[in-house]
Design a protein around this ligand. Structure first.
Ligand code: NAP
Length: 472
């Protein structure tokens, strides 16, 4: 060990960082105490039962709340809000102390007042800072803080907040000041969130999957059963699933690019970028990344299911039957050049489209997108994105080929599923083509640079624009 690190270790063991008090010896109190001790702090617990210190980290002291409060300026309140009442009796001992409220609730809007503000009204002489509530006891103890390194802090006193920021830094965490104590309820809502950005894309994905699955089920299995009295329900497991997955993937990929195009047409119509988009469009644009990642998941499923086709019993049986029939009838299977082109082009567009789709997914990961500048990111997401959509649409068109011309494809007067899958992507590609024509492109570029179309009798109002920068 280097002499410096020996000295550091020795200093740490002496607790040279100062004293920190923790009220409550529960899960969070113990995990935080352990990390503070490792960082060189002296830790003093305030507990209802100071004699019961068996589970506490080695080196920590335990006292009554009143005694513990005397030892430190910063006190972490690792107690549930419901048990805060007893703190009123400690008002004089807590005078001028920094109380760090780490509490969370069970559901949003559980109390009219945030826990931190409530604590501040219970102990008006203390300075309350809200912090650490977004870090879990488990993450603190295991040290697995890579995805959870940021401590969000809010409070009304800069000095008090700085003391908590210093503690966070010495634990190897980053700190982000979220403003005054009024922001506490916002911070308390964060751990209660359940994939808020994924809800709409999930609903869209499930809805599309259900609709298309039922559609192909009726057209393929039910139709055969009713018209030919044949049971082909076994196709539900692989064939039908492998028809529905790529449709959902393609439609969802197109849905990622449709709001950007709609926004561009809206800006052209308004003649300004300073007019707010409708809320539904804003919401839609905010979840494009999640829509794209779900589309990629369905494309993955399509690839996996396709790989499994050659080992299916049904396929094996059909091939065997076909070959033996050809042998029995002494026929040859002529090579069809057009069919070979069609099949190879179908596979090539599918593979290229999927490869670009994966690339898009990778560049949307924060660790990758953070390393790109805005131009690089928008180039990948927009240009490569539209190219991916074009390739995947071509893949579907080649799959359909001339089937749409055959009357037998319209079972019960319904169009084949691939035709339905092509509607949104084709609309997106055609509109995109219109937008990149020189006259449209020039106008939209000027609007993006702040130009506004003169309005008769006044200037357009500079309202807030979309919360999302536009990638077209
Ligand atoms: P916990 O394991 O239940 O511990 C709570 C502690 O509060 C108890 O150990 C007890 O300590 C003290 N206490 C209980 N009843 C009391 C009363 N009537 N009067 C005074 N003190 C009482 O809870 P926790 O998981 O550590 O959570 C503590 C706080 O941290 C909560 O507000 C929670 O929302 C927040 N938080 C927890 C986590 C987490 O991962 N656990 C993450 C973020 C935030 P004594 O017996 O020593 O008095």
């Amino acid at each position: 060990m280097k002499p410096d690190s020996v000295a550091m270790t020795a200093m740490s063991s002496l607790g040279t960082q100062g004293v920190v008090c923790i009220f409550g010896t529960g899960d969070f109190g113990r995990s935080l105490g352990l990390r503070l001790l490792q960082a060189g702090y002296e830790v003093v617990y305030g507990s209802r039962d100071p004699k019961n210190s068996a589970l506490l980290p080695k080196g920590a002291k335990v006292m009554t709340h009143e005694q513990a409060a005397q030892t430190a300026r910063v006190i972490f309140v690792a107690i549930h809000r419901e048990q805060y009442d007893f703190l009123t009796s400690l008002a004089s001992a807590l005078e001028g102390k920094v109380l760090v409220d780490i509490s969370n609730n069970l559901r949003r809007g559980q109390y009219p007042q945030s826990n931190a503000e409530y604590l501040s009204t219970l102990v008006p002489g203390a300075i309350v800072v809200k912090a650490f509530n977004t870090i879990s006891a488990w993450a603190l103890q295991s040290g697995g803080l890579d995805a959870n390194r940021q401590v969000l802090i809010c409070g009304d006193h800069a000095d008090a907040k700085q003391s908590v920021v210093d503690i966070a830094h010495s634990l190897g965490l980053t700190a982000l000041d979220r403003g005054s104590l009024r922001a506490a309820s916002e911070l308390e809502d964060i751990p209660l969130q359940l994939f808020p950005m994924w809800r709409l894309p999930f609903r869209i994905a499930i809805g599309l999957l259900a609709v298309f699955f039922v559609y192909v089920l009726i057209r393929d299995v039910v139709y055969k059963g009713v018209t030919e009295k044949k049971d082909i329900s076994f196709r539900i497991m692989v064939s039908l699933a492998n028809k529905a997955f790529p449709i959902v993937a393609l439609v969802m990929l197109a849905l990622c690019y449709l709001p950007g195009i709609m926004a561009a047409f809206l800006q052209l119509y308004n003649g300004t970028k300073y007019r707010r988009f409708p809320n539904w469009l804003d919401r839609w644009m905010l979840c494009r990344k999640q829509l794209g990642l779900l589309a990629l998941a369905f494309a993955f499923l399509h690839v996996l299911y396709t790989f499994a086709i050659p080992i299916r019993y049904y396929v094996f049986h059909r091939r065997f039957t076909f070959t033996s029939t050809m042998i029995k009838e002494n026929k040859t299977y002529e090579f069809d050049n057009v069919m070979a082109w069609r099949s190879d082009s179908y596979l090539a567009t599918g593979m290229l489209g999927f490869a670009l789709f994966v690339l898009l997914g990778i560049t949307s990961l924060p660790s990758v997108s953070n390393s790109l500048n805005w131009r690089e990111f928008s180039c990948v997401q927009s240009k490569l994105g539209h190219l991916t959509l074009l390739l995947c649409t071509a893949h579907t068109l080649l799959y359909g080929w001339d089937k749409f011309l055959q009357p037998s494809a319209y079972k019960w007067w319904t169009p084949p599923s691939f035709m339905l899958a092509l509607v949104v992507p084709c609309v997106v590609l055609v509109l995109k083509l219109v937008l990149i024509t020189p006259c449209m492109d020039r106008t939209i570029t000027r609007i993006r640079q702040g130009w506004e179309r003169p309005v008769k009798g006044g200037t357009p109002g500079k309202e807030a624009k979309s919360s999302q920068p536009l990638i077209l």
